[in-house]
Design a protein around this ligand. Structure first.
Ligand SMILES: [Ca+2]
Ligand SMILES: [Ca+2]
Ligand SMILES: [Ca+2]
Length: 480
């Protein structure tokens, strides 16, 4: 099988120039991290107080502060805070107001909604969000006072004694877990009313009904690239020559290694060069079977911006992707879905860029690509939770729980695919030195769930369940 062969130096220049979809990204690196000690755990805490303590009141006054408990800067525009309450009647309508806020009332957004699973103390919610103008929070910093209020639109008294998030005893700021917070769609703080947690099963079933949750999970717990269990578990550590990458380069199984980190095993793909084709060793690990089509694909991958040794600057591609074989130029039953990180640019890009690309097909010569892509021009060094979902209505890419791109039905797969990780060099033009250097891409786990669209939070829960059960590998996906 030739994998990743859809590339040429000219290809991506044209693709990038087409700029089908551009998505500006904020600071990445969010929650939904599991199991690895080296993870930079990000999160927020919500503090609450109220100055309207009566069982009934003209207005509810949830005053809030949001604090960044993570260890990197947090864009407030990625944060949503949810206050839960019980409406005074099914038809009651409410209005929000901001009295004063350190971050500026004009930078605070508010949305009322109805809960999917009403409880005795909650059938509505108020979502507080932030515009880009609210800026970011440094680690440990908080938003300062947000003096918020809401009232019935008819200005009748509201009963707040039956409201889930209300507490009359909270007259000074303190952490309050009955208000929840999400960062980029993942809940990082608080406890929702029963049945309303984002990890509860979605009310809308996937387009394709579940077929028993057949799945592939591998925590990459191996002793080395020669471990016979790697092949037994369906993986090929590539040694055969060919594209993509520098012509004449080799694919090096011995550069695929495994290391334990805090009791968790991580696969390392090391790509090295000394500036010549003969010295260039690329790495790839892929499933032998092409049996994966609709469903959810997830992996925890560590991209790097700098070499582990030697001079920097090579036009490197660090990937997680699915692909099948092109049976003829422009054959429409070709399929490929990529996460591709270029830490030093390439394909005409001057600096780091992350692409997600969905392929209908291509013509190798003369080059013609039929695809749709989303890109983000910023560093993605470090660990990232990558999720790809495919059903019969769309293709979605998530990075760290945040929707990165949605691609159209024209790019849906017609046939099953393999699952691949590789790291390779577009060319040798990024760093012309002959001093040896090496770059690492690491993979913590891979998960595929056939015919089910999982949320990033459900992916995290599924991986946690495998680990709790002591399962480091399982493959119940039937042959394609
Ligand atoms: Ca109420
Ligand atoms: Ca692992
Ligand atoms: Ca296709």
């Amino acid at each position: 099988m030739k994998s990743g062969s859809a590339r040429s130096t000219t290809s991506r220049v044209r693709v990038a120039a087409a700029a089908a979809v551009a998505l500006a990204m904020g600071t990445a690196g969010l929650t939904a991290l599991t199991g690895t000690a080296s993870a930079a755990a990000d999160g927020v805490a919500v503090q609450y107080r109220t100055s309207a303590t009566g069982a009934t009141a003209d207005q509810a006054e949830p005053w809030l502060k949001v604090r960044n408990t993570g260890d990197s800067a947090l864009q407030l525009s990625t944060v949503k805070v949810r206050y839960y309450f019980k409406a005074d009647s099914a038809g009651a309508a409410y209005r929000f107001a901001c009295s004063w806020a350190v971050k500026g009332c004009s930078n605070i957004t508010a949305t009322f909604g109805t809960l999917a699973t009403p409880t005795a103390t909650a059938d509505r919610y108020l979502d507080i969000g932030f515009t880009a103008g609210a800026g970011s929070l440094a680690p440990g910093a908080d938003t300062g006072d947000m003096q918020l209020r809401f009232h019935r639109s008819d200005w009748q008294q509201l009963n707040q004694s039956d409201d889930y998030s209300f507490s009359p005893s909270r007259t000074s700021y303190a952490d309050w877990s009955k208000i929840t917070a999400q960062v980029s769609g993942s809940t990082v703080w608080g406890t929702a009313p029963e049945g309303n947690d984002p990890t509860d099963p979605p009310t809308d079933p996937p387009t394709d009904p579940p077929t028993g949750g057949q799945s592939l999970f591998d925590d990459f717990d191996y002793t080395g690239s020669g471990d016979p269990r790697i092949s037994a578990n369906g993986w090929n550590v590539r040694s055969n020559s060919g594209g993509p990458g520098v012509p004449g380069a080799t694919w090096s199984p011995e550069n695929v290694t495994f290391a334990s980190s805090g009791g968790n095993s991580v696969m390392n793909l090391r790509t090295s060069t000394a500036g010549t084709a003969e010295s260039t060793k690329q790495t790839e690990v892929l499933t032998k079977a092409m049996k994966f089509r609709n469903g959810t694909y997830a992996a925890r991958v560590r991209f790097s911006d700098a070499p582990v040794s030697g001079p920097d600057g090579d036009h490197l591609v660090q990937t997680f992707f699915t692909i099948n074989d092109l049976k003829a130029p422009m054959a429409d039953d070709y399929a490929e879905y990529d996460f591709e990180y270029l830490p030093n640019g390439g394909w005409g890009e001057p600096s780091n860029i992350l692409y997600t690309t969905s392929w209908e097909t291509y013509n190798p010569d003369p080059w013609q690509a039929v695809n749709q892509h989303t890109e983000s021009r910023q560093s993605h060094a470090g660990w990232h939770d990558l999720v790809l979902t495919i059903d019969n209505s769309s293709i979605k890419y998530y990075v760290d729980g945040r929707l990165f791109g949605t691609h159209d039905t024209a790019y849906l797969p017609e046939r099953p695919m393999s699952i691949n990780f590789n790291q390779w060099l577009i060319d040798l033009a990024g760093q012309t030195s002959t001093t040896p250097r090496a770059y690492d891409e690491q993979v913590d786990y891979v998960l595929h769930v056939k015919d089910q669209v999982l949320t990033p939070a459900q992916v995290t829960a599924k991986v946690s369940a495998f680990r709790t059960a002591g399962t480091t590998f399982e493959d119940t996906v039937p042959a394609g």
